[in-house]
Write a new protein. Structure first.
Length: 222
């Protein structure tokens, strides 16, 4: 009976972590749509968010069912608590990707463009992609050191987010440029939040491994 319970918990955990792969797919898709002004691809990302939400709900329901049938010991209980939070983070990442997708516009002749902003957004996307994969591996292996490395990526993402905002203020003269700069600023903010959620997943990995819930960095102390 106990062996069956532990196997079921492992299945639920893998199911939840597979949701990170769906989030990575959504992130890559929306970055592609943004770079190429591909509205059709952006709409696909929005439509596919239902599958990500469904995976999160299924994982959440599996945990609740297991809790109702079993009395988990401390380590297993930490895993369940952490997984509930992780699937919530994954769902939020999906929502951020949808928000970016809805900012994608068709390619137009002489559309506003700024190299610093475009390059910064692309770099933020690559870092967020790496963060999500690192967070998944850290959680699966209970690797606290790897989880803590997520903060390094997050600091660079935060700096790039600020750079995009500042640049948007500098170039936002004409109305069409202001609109483009605003969309890019909102995009950068969404990517920054994706990075934050990846760090949160890493923190839950450390919680399972150590039994201590802590923040890797304090937003009130840059």
């Amino acid at each position: 009976m106990r062996s069956s319970y532990r196997n079921r918990l492992a299945e639920i955990e893998q199911q939840g972590l597979d949701g990170i792969d769906l989030a990575v797919e959504a992130l890559d898709g929306v970055l592609h749509a943004l770079a190429l002004h591909d509205v059709a691809k952006a709409r696909t990302v929005v439509a596919d968010d239902d599958a990500l939400d469904g995976r999160c709900l299924e994982t959440h329901g599996g945990i609740l069912s297991l809790l109702a049938l079993q009395a988990p010991v401390a380590g297993d209980l930490r895993t369940m608590i952490a997984l509930i939070d992780v699937v919530s983070r994954i769902e939020r990442i999906g929502e951020q990707c949808v928000m970016i997708a809805r900012l994608v516009t068709p390619d137009e002749v002489d559309a506003p463009n700024d190299g610093l902003v475009v390059d910064s957004i692309a770099r933020m996307g690559r870092l967020a992609h790496e963060q999500l994969l690192m967070a998944k591996h850290a959680f699966a292996t209970r690797n606290v050191a790897l989880a803590e490395q997520l903060v390094q990526h997050d600091r660079e993402i935060n700096a790039l987010n600020r750079a995009v905002f500042r640049r948007g203020l500098e170039i936002g003269g004409a109305a069409d440029v202001r609109e483009w700069a605003m969309r890019m600023t909102l995009t950068a903010r969404c990517l920054e939040r994706i990075g934050d959620n990846a760090v949160d997943i890493g923190e839950r990995a450390a919680f399972i491994a150590t039994g201590r819930l802590r923040e890797f960095s304090d937003a009130s102390h840059p």
